[in-house]
Design a protein around this ligand. Structure first.
Ligand code: NDP
Length: 452
């Protein structure tokens, strides 16, 4: 047996790295994990977790006004940014501690600092060197802001959570998950939000009906949504930022958030010292076992450029540990991976979009429903829920489900199980609904919208 310091050295203590480290240690491997920033990575510190807490904070503003027609009367409550921000910080510190303890409990050595690969079996952290039978790159992604005059005046999702001052006027650039989620958060908290997207319709990659519905619903909430426009330059004025836009107009803002995608976090990792291959998108190339072109080095999660979702990184981390240290067969199945966008209301989605389903199956049946959520019949809030089922005509299998409405993320998790189990439209139709819920609409859509 080779005489290494560790069986596994993990670089990056985010979702995928921590899961791989803990599970490998559980199989008896000697494991170290290096982290230079914060335990739990993007998801815990500047992603999913604080984002969801801020979504909760933001939704209260609508609930206060919804309550009036239900008989509740009170003065308009005031929002205190510092309270939210500091309570969020406390919760994240608590989670950081849990991650540390989980690793210690698993008997993995936690090393503070950035790992740099020196050769196929050696990692340096600062002045220290460690040898390992296997090295796992799990360094995740990093926000990418395109260069332009004034780009240094912008914020990324790394900074937006901890602003000293609450931005009364916020411009958000981008039309993906992060941009729409933060537009909803700050709009609900009381900022005047302008969202700029360079194309004709945001949320590229989502079902076309969802994209159109989302544009209508988000605009109704008060976000100033502008398409086919981008930022040319930003300059600092007296106590404000001035944005020159490609349509010739200008806007003033207190802060500008760029949510224009993320890049693999590979800087300073020492990949030039080994045979690890990086593709044209700047992500690490791996095979089905997450092995790079250097046989002792593996990579998983966002750094490999697959589905940038925490549960996917967790599944990859488990699969890696099981195969490499548990001698168990375990392949991640990427079919029907559900996801949610925590805009307001939420988007939940699983399976094929209409366009993809048409290309893949040829003949499809579509079922659509748009309705006012029951809660808003009395609250008076102007909001519509949208649901869509896509069925492969030949097999009757439901191959795509999309929703925008309250709790769409929660609802879609159960639907994803049904789709993975191969549920047909007949199974949906014979399932008894839960009344009164919005979700029951998924089992009562009888008339096809179209079929071809
Ligand atoms: P996305 O890739 O989802 O979106 C990036 C957006 O920025 C797109 O609308 C893109 O436009 C636009 N863009 C890219 N370059 C430029 C540019 N130079 N100028 C103007 N606009 C530009 O990235 P996000 O940063 O929103 O999120 C990264 C990933 O993190 C997501 O893909 C997702 O996988 C994950 N995530 C998941 C969440 C969840 O599960 N709820 C929440 C947050 C993030 P175009 O469409 O034209 O390319």
């Amino acid at each position: 047996m080779d005489n290494y310091d560790y069986d596994l050295f993990v670089i990056g203590a985010g979702s995928g790295g921590v899961r791989a480290a803990r599970m490998a240690a559980g199989f008896g491997a000697k494991v170290a994990i290096a982290e230079d920033r914060y335990m739990g990575g993007t998801c815990v510190n500047v992603g999913c977790v604080p984002k969801k807490l801020y979504v909760y904070a933001s939704e209260f503003s609508k609930s206060f006004s919804d309550a009036r027609n239900y008989g509740w009367d009170s003065e308009k409550p005031a929002f205190h940014w510092a309270t939210l921000r500091d309570n969020k910080k406390k919760e994240i510190s608590r989670l950081n501690g849990i991650y540390n303890r989980l690793l210690e409990g698993a008997k993995a050595d936690v090393i503070d600092g950035r790992g740099r690969i020196l050769d196929a079996h050696t990692v340096a952290v600062g002045e220290r060197r460690f040898s390992a039978g296997k090295i796992l790159i799990a360094t995740g992604g990093w926000p990418h802001i395109p260069p332009f005059p004034g780009s240094e005046l912008t914020l990324s999702s790394n900074e937006i959570f901890d602003l000293e001052q609450f931005p009364q006027r916020l411009v958000i650039v981008g039309g993906g998950y992060i941009a729409v989620e933060f537009a909803g958060i700050f709009n609900g908290l009381g900022s005047r939000v302008t969202q700029l997207y360079r194309g004709p319709l945001f949320l590229r990659g989502f079902d076309a009906d969802i994209r159109a519905h989302a544009a209508r619903e988000i605009a109704k909430t008060g976000v100033d949504l502008r398409f086919e426009v981008n930022v040319e330059a930003i300059t600092r004025g007296a106590g404000r930022l001035e944005l020159q836009l490609t349509d010739g107009t200008t806007i003033e803002a207190d802060a500008v958030l760029y949510a224009t995608g993320r890049k693999a976090n590979l800087e300073g990792l020492g990949l030039e010292n080994v045979n690890v291959e990086v593709n044209e998108f700047g992500t690490v190339v791996v095979d089905a076992e997450y092995r790079t072109a250097e046989p002792s080095i593996f990579a998983l999660g966002d750094v490999t450029g697959g589905m940038e979702l925490t549960p996917v990184a967790l599944a990859e981390g488990m699969s890696f540990a099981r195969r490499q240290f548990g001698e168990l067969e375990n392949v991640v199945d990427y079919d029907f991976v559900p996801s949610a966008v925590f805009c307001q209301p939420n988007i939940g989605t699983v399976g094929f979009t209409e366009e993809q389903a048409r290309a893949r199956f040829g003949h499809i049946r579509l079922f659509k429903s748009t309705f006012k959520p029951m809660k808003h019949t009395i609250s008076g809030r102007d909001e519509q829920t949208f649901m869509k089922l896509i069925v492969d005509k030949a097999s009757d299998r439901v191959v795509g489900v999309h929703m925008m409405g309250p709790d769409a993320g929660e609802i879609m998790q159960g639907i994803a199980i049904a789709l993975r189990a191969g549920a047909t439209k007949a199974v949906f139709d014979t399932t008894i609904g839960i009344h009164p819920t919005a979700a029951e609409e998924f089992v009562t859509m009888r008339e096809a919208w179209t079929e071809d």
